[in-house]
Write a protein that binds this ligand. Structure first.
Ligand SMILES: Nc1ncnc2c1ncn2[C@@H]1O[C@H](COP(=O)(O)OP(=O)(O)OP(=O)(O)O)[C@@H](O)[C@H]1O
Length: 303
């Protein structure tokens, strides 16, 4: 069974015993981040000349659905520097999730034009696993279930895969438990979630918390969060936002997709972009989201 999940591209071969499901490939980049803060930090790292360091540069990107060849992205331009928080908003069906999935190399889409440079490398030349290793993390709008695989085994496997890649010794189950247990506090999850199968039977809010737990365990230079606020109650939203803020450093960035101002009040964006018909048609600050909230898309739409 091949799965494409946010930050892991891997295969699972199920055996007769679900506990013996074997991960063939699962690698993630992780650089562990600092503790939780309440407000979004508004910093960015800089080169010696004081200019913020470029993390991601998307130029004139177009993409079609691989199967039908239907064009979805029609010339996206976006630049992200280290330490910045970018929010992408836009009407349903405007191409936001497609853009996010294209960034992590989702096989449903084919690139038909443009370029993506990530940390100076051609992202489009990299396999999804390599992108993950290079520090791209994506939390999906609808996180997938992985029946028969416990959360802790999944996290331990992903964490160790990266340790192997770095030439570091793997953490055994007991050591890993010691490492992961405090991270649950970051997202306010109960310890028994570690023994449940990945996302199986999780409520919408629990799935979102679990995504952020993965991010906290694995770390990322660029976290792509697709509607991390959907289905969250106000306390859960606060917890998730606090966790994301706590993971921000001057060297990493967040690209989040949202429909609502309320998330942006917790995780303060450096820029807000409006996507319309497969393009970013407007970029600005929080005032764009405030106008949207008050007046809807007609107030800022190009059409
Ligand atoms: N794999 C796919 N197969 C068929 N159609 C697709 C696929 N992926 C995207 N689309 C279509 O592309 C368009 C853009 O979808 P996308 O999910 O990127 O929009 P969105 O802006 O994220 O929408 P929403 O705000 O509703 O989540 C939609 O019309 C969608 O149905």
């Amino acid at each position: 069974m091949a799965l494409f999940t946010p930050s892991f591209s891997f295969k699972i071969s199920a055996s007769s015993s679900p506990r013996r499901c074997r991960f063939v490939k699962a690698r993630r980049s992780f650089t562990l981040r600092a503790a939780v803060a309440v407000e979004s930090p508004s910093f960015s790292s800089a080169d010696r000349d004081g200019a913020p360091k470029l993390l991601l540069e998307v130029k004139d990107l177009s993409a079609v659905i691989a199967e039908s060849k239907q064009p979805i992205l029609k010339g996206v331009n976006l630049t992200v520097h280290e330490g910045e928080v970018h929010a992408v908003m836009g009407k349903n069906g405007s191409g936001k999730s497609t853009f996010a999935k294209v960034l992590v190399g989702h096989p449903d889409y084919e690139i038909t034009g443009g370029s993506i440079t990530y940390k100076g490398q051609d992202l489009l030349e990299m396999e999804p696993e390599e992108r993950a290793l290079a520090g791209l993390f994506m939390s999906f709008q609808s996180p997938v279930e992985i029946p028969g695989v416990s959360n802790i085994d999944f996290l331990n496997m992903a964490y160790n895969a990266r340790r192997r890649k770095l030439g570091l010794p793997e953490l055994g189950p007991i050591e890993f438990y010691g490492y992961v247990a405090p991270k649950l506090e970051i997202v306010n999850m109960k310890i028994d979630f570690l023994n449940r199968n990945v996302n199986e039977g999780f409520s919408g809010g629990e799935r979102k918390r679990n995504e952020i737990l993965q991010l906290a365990v694995l770390g990322a230079e660029l976290s792509i969060l697709d509607e991390i606020d959907s289905g969250l109650d106000v306390d859960a939203l606060r917890d998730v936002a606090k966790a994301v803020n706590g993971l921000l450093t001057p060297n990493n960035s967040v690209l989040m997709i949202t429909h609502y101002l309320r998330l942006l009040e917790f995780i303060k964006p450096t820029y807000i972009h409006i996507m319309e018909n497969g393009r970013i048609v407007k970029t600005g600050d929080i005032s764009i989201a405030e106008i949207l909230e008050r007046e809807g898309y007609k107030a800022i739409s190009n059409t």
